[in-house]
Design a protein around this ligand. Structure first.
Ligand SMILES: C[S@@+](CC[C@H](N)C(=O)[O-])C[C@H]1O[C@@H](n2cnc3c(N)ncnc32)[C@H](O)[C@@H]1O
Length: 198
C-alpha cells in the first residue's frame, strides 16, 4: 500500500529534532505499559537512526544505562548514558558484548529490528519473524527475572506461534499497534512482561 513517507509524525520528528519518527512509538508504548523506570538497564536491538535511544535515555535518567546495536552507523550525538555497538545481532559474540557494556542483566530488552523489505508480504513477514526470534534468543541471555521484552514483528502466519512461544516465558503477552505507526504498515509490537528465567 502507498503511504505518505513525510506524514505528521515524520514532520513532527524533524521539527522537534528527534532522530526518527519511531521516537513517538516508544513513548506511546511507555505511556501505555510503563516500560521504564529511573535507573533501568535497557537493550535496544536495531537502534539506528536512534529515536528510541534518545527517548529511553531520558526515561531511565543519568543513573540508567542504554546499550544499542545496529548494522548501520549512528549519526546522532549519544547521550552520556547510552552506548552503541555497531554490528549484526546474529554475529557470535555480540550478545556477550552487550552484556559486558550493560554491566549486568537488563530490566528491559527492546527490538525494533526490521529486514530490508522486498514488497512480497509473506517473504517480508518471514524475515521479520526470523529477526524477532534472534531478538528473543538475545533476550533470554540478557533479561533479568521479571523483566520486559518489546519486539516488533510484521503481521503474518508466524505471529501466532511466536506469541505462544513468548507466553511460555512471560506472565503477560500483548499485541499492540502504537498510534504513531505508519498507516498501511504491516508492523505490530509484542509487549511481554514478567519474564520467568529458566
Ligand atoms: C526501523 S529501524 C529502527 C528504528 C529505531 N528504533 C529508531 O528509533 O530510530 C530498524 C533497524 O534494524 C536494524 N537491523 C536489522 N537487522 C539487524 C541485525 N541483524 N542486527 C542489528 N540491527 C539490525 C536496521 O539496520 C535498522 O536500522
Amino acid at each position: 500500500m502507498a503511504y505518505d513517507r513525510k506524514d505528521h509524525y515524520y514532520r513532527r520528528a524533524k521539527a522537534e529534532g528527534k532522530a526518527s519518527r519511531a521516537a513517538y512509538k516508544i513513548s506511546q508504548l511507555h505511556r501505555q505499559f510503563h516500560l521504564f523506570r529511573r535507573g533501568d538497564k535497557v537493550v535496544d536491538l536495531g537502534c539506528a537512526p536512534g529515536g528510541w535511544l534518545q527517548e529511553v535515555s531520558t526515561f531511565v535518567g543519568p543513573q540508567g544505562k542504554v546499550v544499542g546495536v545496529d548494522l548501520l552507523p549512528l549519526k546522532i550525538v549519544l547521550p552520556k548514558n547510552v552506548t552503541f555497538i555497531p554490528g549484526d545481532l546474529r554475529t557470535p559474540g555480540v550478545t556477550t558484548a552487550i552484556h559486558e557494556r550493560l554491566g549486568g542483566e537488563a530490566d528491559v530488552v527492546l527490538s525494533d529490528m526490521a529486514p530490508n523489505t522486498t514488497g512480497v508480504a509473506f517473504t517480508d513477514a518471514y524475515r521479520s519473524f526470523e529477526l524477532a526470534k534472534f531478538a528473543f534468543e538475545a533476550c533470554q541471555r540478557l533479561l533479568k527475572d521479571d523483566g520486559k521484552f518489546v519486539v516488533k514483528i510484521f503481521t503474518g502466519d508466524e505471529v501466532k506461534v511466536f506469541r505462544q512461544t513468548l507466553a511460555e516465558c512471560f506472565t503477560t503477552v500483548q499485541i499492540v499497534t502504537p498510534p504513531a505507526t505508519r498507516k498501511g504498515s504491516f508492523e505490530i509490537y509484542i509487549v511481554a512482561t514478567g519474564y520467568k528465567q529458566r
